[in-house]
Design a protein around this ligand. Structure first.
Ligand code: ATP
Length: 444
């Protein structure tokens, strides 16, 4: 396996994403709308898979975590109490020469636009998108697009507690869109103004918060490793005191080695009782927990693993990309984990001859309820294998002329390119077995 040079890698991923239908520039026919992206037929499959893998690990496999889907459109009261109206800011500077604007903490050196070093003093710029709900555009109608999903879990805390009778430690998880008016979006879908988050608020007795913080650091790191990111490209990094958000006493990030260096995939914060306490004060509604066993009433502390779905999809793509040689021919391959691949199985009749089609379609219909499948008859079989390697399809099943006689077909593995003959009757079981124990992905 070759090591693709990192600056090239970014360009290759962006090109592949467009060419094969993972990610398109939004509003491209109108010249594009900066920093917004559309997820194409393959991208939407993969992004759903990322979110599904997160939901499975955070909600489905845990009895103490429940889900929520809260509104995106939110009243100012929430953001007043959470501190976002006052504090959810980035330091903004203007270049005095070309009047471009930059995020001061991301600038190290002259203006990237004109090279000047003459900047204004940094001033706080609030990242929330403000709009008006209803037909009157006055102050009373102000609403915000949520800049994080987390506040939904705090605002609905009492409702969830009442409805589920959970007791700490327990969690509320949410996946959905968030919006931030980023000063300098960029690096493809790494930083955009509209993006998707996967967040969980884990409510614990105050004295146990350090223990649970450590627990979630390890759990979340392991999630990325299990889905195929090599450990050489992952690290945990604790925030220094000057980096902490206004609500946090301790935060560590899971970082990935992006082509431009280490950068954040996920933040795991100890939010203490900050949010529940402030919402209780502001709303007048009690947001605490009464422990009947001890007779004690307390405001739980919160550990929050906050990940980006769109950002981690990009990391999974970068980590999976490879160029190698098969049978003396160069190929591009995405070594995606089968749970993340846009298609898990491609059904390929060996030739365009009509006699193969009924059986190939029968196989497709048999697999579709169990796996995400594509079907392709165009071009030579070798070309088709390459096309499916390039989009990370773990298995191609090929129906050939022998299949008509023996009701067997060939299963080809993307990573090893090995082919084995499998009876059609045993195909689902064979693929299920492979999906359950994916081969170790090639490591760099
Ligand atoms: P940064 O300091 O890079 O602006 P942050 O530390 O404020 O980000 P969090 O508030 O911790 O980010 O958000 C949790 C996760 O949501 C991030 O780790 C990231 O994966 C994702 N995320 C945040 N902002 C964006 C964005 N503008 N575009 C894409 N994903 C984002």
């Amino acid at each position: 396996m070759t090591d693709v040079p990192q600056p090239d890698l970014m360009e290759k991923i962006v090109n592949l994403c467009k060419r094969r239908g993972f990610v398109f520039q939004s509003a491209e026919i109108y010249g594009g709308f900066r920093s917004t992206y559309d997820y194409g037929p393959l991208g939407v499959n993969m992004l759903r898979n990322v979110k599904q893998a997160w939901w499975r690990s955070m909600v489905q496999l845990r009895e103490e975590v429940v889900g929520l889907d809260a509104a995106i459109l939110t009243p100012p009261a929430i953001w007043e109490a959470s501190g976002h109206l006052a504090n959810f800011t980035d330091p903004l500077v203007d270049c005095r020469n070309c009047h471009s604007r930059w995020r001061a903490d991301h600038l190290d050196g002259p203006c990237p636009n004109c090279g000047s070093i003459d900047f204004t003093e940094a001033r706080p710029f609030n990242l929330m998108f403000k709009t008006h709900a209803g037909p009157v555009e006055d102050e009373g109608a102000v609403a915000y697009l949520r800049p994080e999903t987390a506040q939904g879990m705090f605002v609905d805390f009492a409702n969830v507690l009442q409805a589920t009778r959970k007791r700490p430690p327990f969690g509320i998880a949410q996946v959905g869109k968030s919006f931030r008016n980023e000063i300098t979006p960029g690096n493809f879908v790494f930083r955009t103004r509209e993006f998707e988050q996967m967040e969980m608020e884990y409510f614990v007795p105050p004295d146990d918060s350090a223990k649970w913080h450590e627990y979630w650091l390890q759990e979340r790191y392991r999630w990325y490793v299990e889905l195929g990111i090599p450990e050489s490209k992952l690290r945990l990094r604790a925030h220094g005191p000057d980096e902490l958000s206004h609500y946090s006493t301790a935060t560590s990030d899971v970082e990935f080695l992006f082509p431009w260096g280490w950068d954040e995939l996920e933040g795991i914060a100890n939010r203490t009782d900050f949010d529940l306490r402030h919402h209780a004060e502001a709303s007048g509604v009690r947001l605490d927990y009464f422990d009947q066993a001890t007779g004690e009433r307390y405001v739980p502390h919160v550990i929050e693993p906050a990940a980006g779905a769109t950002r981690s999809m990009m990391a999974f793509l970068l980590a999976a990309y490879d160029e190698d040689e098969v049978g003396g021919e160069a190929r591009t391959v995405l070594h995606l984990h089968p749970d993340l691949a846009p298609y898990q199985v491609a059904v390929l009749p060996l030739s365009k001859k009509d006699v193969l089609e009924p059986l190939a379609r029968e196989v497709l219909a048999m697999l579709q309820p169990h796996f995400t499948c594509d079907y392709d008859v165009t071009q030579s079989i070798g070309r088709r294998y390459r096309r499916f390697d390039e989009i990370g399809t773990p298995w191609c099943v090929t129906v050939d002329f022998d299949s008509l006689e023996d009701r067997s077909l060939t299963v080809r593995d993307r990573d090893s390119t090995e082919q084995v003959r499998v009876p059609i009757d045993g195909l689902i079981e064979e693929l299920r077995g492979r999906a359950a124990t994916p081969a170790r992905l090639p490591r760099r």
